[in-house]
Design a protein around this ligand. Sequence first.
Ligand code: SDX
Length: 428
Amino acid sequence: MSDKATLTYNGQQFELNVRKGTIGPDVIDISSLYAQTGAFTLDPGFTSTASCESTITYIDGEAGILLHRGYPIDQLAEHGHYLETCYLLLYGELPNEAQRQEFEDAITNHTMIHEQMQKLFAGFRRDAHPMAIMVGVVGALSAFYHDSTDINDPQQREIASRRMIAKLPTIAAMAYKYSIGQPFVYPRNDLDYASNFLQMCFAVPSEEYKVNPILARALDRIFILHADHEQNASTSTVRLASSSGANPFACIAAGIACLWGPAHGGANEAALSMLAEIGTPDRIPEFIERAKDKNDPFRLMGFGHRVYKNYDPRAKIMQKTCHEVLNELGIKDDPLLDVAHELERVALSDPYFVEKKLYPNIDFYSGITLRALGFPVEMFTVLFALARTVGWISQWREMIEDPSQRIGRPRQLYTGEAQREYVMPEDR
Ligand code: SDX
């Protein structure tokens, strides 16, 4: 196949380079298009635009495949654990025993936050959405760790990366504790990552908290499923914010802000609220019709995806994890799970969803699982942000370490007023 593409424009022919990846679609390099033709390309929502070259995550949307550094997500979720996936995303290879131990010890020993940061929480109303608190407090890390913000220093990039992976669970748990008026619980160095998060969320000073290893393993797997996902909206936000050389902690806060939206990471919260609103399987047809009605803004939350036009591979693993958690907790029949199963069955047989290739995504079953684990619906996207932090950081490092990296600065198609003269107030 040719490594050139030819564009005919304004009666002239222009040659553009075609580049091939290891796997996946070719790209047509248009970086010289404006210089050659005086024209921009237009692609709102970036449906046909590759924003960067990356070696971290690959998604085949048609086949429903997700690879992290070449390893399929189902194998990582089945055999590995979250900090192993973090190491893989950050450094490109699965760790050997010595590397695993060093990395886990480093993360464990950075889980506390500066004691003065506790005072930030008091500035929020108790009923503040925990994602609002996350945006504020994670951004405030940039005011406490000045020794890890010179992004041009590899050592400082490394410490900033490990600090964020280590401290996000502590801040997330504090956001939860603050919202329910319970005292903050310090991290414990004798617990693994997921167990530590559970105890920081659910332990109380008045009694001993025992971690359920089945539930901790399920939560660790949920973190793996959310770790990274190519150039999604929040990752693109982190890349664009970081392209100006901004403080890494502040750029991660920007990613958290973007993830909050119901079209993105906020869909897990919205999906559970939708299942609760439907309430019983007999009301599903009404909501299916609403989802298909162009005049109704209602959409099936947890359904559809910009890239997956097949089953989201994470959704299948999430569904399996959901059943494991409900079984472990002795929850025989969760009415919302019944609604979810029936909704999935009906939607996947409806021509509208079949034609548009709308399948359940990662957010469809995560809400039921997280609620069963004891988290309130407002915390669902917080857990997504906690798990996705390593993805944002890995992509941030890849961009900063790319010698060709420049500030991201898109252009536009201008359809406003042509130049005109100022009209004095008395003449208007
Ligand atoms: C995540 O990008 C990522 O990788 C994200 C993510 C990650 O790990 O980072 O995977 C996490 O964000 C998952 C997606 C969570 N969002 C939701 O579940 C919200 C519900 N889904 C939709 O809002 C929608 O599917 C999006 C936002 C996910 C994707 O939107 P697109 O790619 O812009 O697709 P679209 O809105 O243009 O939809 C295409 C068609 C439209 O119909 P037409 O205008 O062509 O007639 O499908 C319809 C849409 O109306 N459609 C839906 C639908 N999703 C799309 N109709 C009903 N219910 C839905 N859920």
